[in-house]
Design a protein around this ligand. Structure first.
Ligand code: NAP
Length: 406
């Protein structure tokens, strides 16, 4: 390498690893700029090194073969359709870490994921999938707050960790999704519409339908059948205003339930260094969205409470609704559950409130919150809490088989 080229790297050479990027298109340029800002020396590999324009200053541009010699990690900012030219470089790629950032135009476009295809094409290279969920625009503008999570997967743990370290150095949060088998799911991810909102919205919809049918049966159909009284006007305001607080409260408790479950799983395993089951991972990832949907329902409850020509006494519900999504967390859940329980405390034991043997909607609505609160209560007892804190600080229970060896 020329002396002048070395000088362009600046003084951070020894601090951060040199990263190679194949492809000087939108993604390659944005990633290069971000890497340079984070102190990584960057070398682009391009078909036309002389004609490459708009590249971030401080980066080198070489031919693919030349660029390869300088780095261990190579980001392929290329489309899958252009991977074939890499075959000619297969000897030079032996043992190198290739980061596949590619996306497809539609879900399941190819039988195998792009990353698996690349791995089959170049069996001696180590393929890691990642960064495909971050857009070139987000990398360039730095507005990563909403989408700073990057999913990473690969069969070689050491290389995967290296790529995750690069992600961290860019201010991203890498999430290890396991082996290269997960690449297909990761590639489909950007093509899904609001993926994190699907589950919360589906749960909210399911609960809304359930409580609607339930409230109609006991508040509208029951009086009609037993007393021939037509109270269908309740469908407009009274029934929705029973649905909203119940759904809101259940959603709020579903925000905290996965955290409590995770703590018990860690307690049972005696370590934090094991992956949670996939369903729990997914649930935890959409807690923010669950909380926001809960807030929306609480807001509707407030709105409806003020629409109804209310007794002043019921307006105090508003206070509780307003704090549902505040940082008070479990205290909020406790207050809201207490509010619902107090609202009908004298009805629990009176049979007249059980129409056709069915409990009132709010009684159902507080079941899950009560479960969460009881589990949380167990969790914060000093002996359990102490153990969870130790596990989360890295302590591990030695398995009995290992104890015997010691
Ligand atoms: P792009 O602007 O079209 O750039 C692709 C680059 O590939 C070209 O600039 C070119 O670089 C190189 N190339 C083109 N034809 C080639 C060939 N026949 N042989 C070898 N190299 C060739 O695309 P992009 O938007 O940067 O996307 C690149 C990859 O990143 C894609 O797989 C995409 O799915 C993924 N991605 C993009 C974004 C985004 O926001 N753009 C976000 C996430 C993931 P040279 O001329 O220097 O060789």
């Amino acid at each position: 390498m020329e002396m002048s080229e070395k000088a362009t790297f600046g003084e951070n050479d020894h601090k951060r690893e040199t990263i190679c990027i194949f492809g000087t298109g939108d993604f390659g340029r944005s990633l290069g700029m971000r890497l340079l800002q984070s102190g990584h020396p960057v070398i682009f590999g391009s078909r036309n090194p002389q004609n490459s324009t708009l590249l971030p200053s401080g980066a080198q541009v070489l031919t693919h073969a030349e660029a390869l010699k300088e780095c261990k990690i190579i980001f392929l900012a290329l489309h899958r359709e252009n991977y074939d030219f890499l075959l000619a470089l297969s000897n030079l790629l032996d043992g190198k870490v290739l980061v596949d950032v590619s996306n497809n135009l539609r879900m399941n476009q190819y039988p195998e994921s792009n990353a698996q295809y690349l791995s089959q094409l170049l069996p001696k290279a180590i393929v890691v999938k990642g960064f495909n969920t971050v857009s070139a625009w987000a990398l360039q503008s730095g507005s990563l707050d909403a989408s700073n999570q990057v999913f990473v997967c690969g069969d070689d743990d050491k290389s995967k960790q290296q790529v995750m370290d690069v992600a961290r150095s860019l201010g991203l949060t890498p999430l290890d999704r396991g082996s290269l088998q997960a690449a297909k799911e990761i590639e489909n991810y950007p093509l899904q519409l609001f993926p994190m909102w699907r589950l919360p919205l589906a749960i909210a919809f399911g609960l809304t339908v359930f409580f609607f049918v339930y409230c109609v049966v006991i508040d509208v159909i029951h009086p009609y059948v037993t007393k021939n009284s037509d109270v269908s006007y309740k469908l407009a305001i009274s029934v929705p205003n029973r649905i909203f607080p119940n759904v809101s409260l259940i959603l709020l408790s579903l925000v905290y339930l996965p955290g409590v479950i995770a703590a018990f799983i860690q307690l049972q395993r005696g370590t934090k260094y094991k992956r949670f089951p996939d369903w729990l991972d997914r649930w935890m990832l959409c807690r923010k969205q669950l909380g926001l949907v809960a807030l929306a329902y609480a807001f509707l409850h407030v709105l409806y409470t003020f629409i109804i020509p209310t007794r002043i006494s019921v307006r105090w519900r508003w206070i509780h609704s307003m704090i549902e999504e505040s940082k008070l967390g479990h205290v909020t859940l406790l207050l809201c559950t207490a509010h619902a329980a107090l609202f009908g405390w004298n009805r629990f034991l009176q049979s007249k409130w059980y129409r056709w043997g069915l409990p009132q909607a709010y009684m159902l609505g507080i079941v899950i919150p009560c479960v969460v609160l009881v589990l949380k209560l167990i969790q914060i007892t000093p002996c359990v809490d102490r153990k969870i804190i130790r596990i989360r600080q890295g302590w591990e229970r030695i398995p009995k088989t290992k104890q015997a060896l010691v």
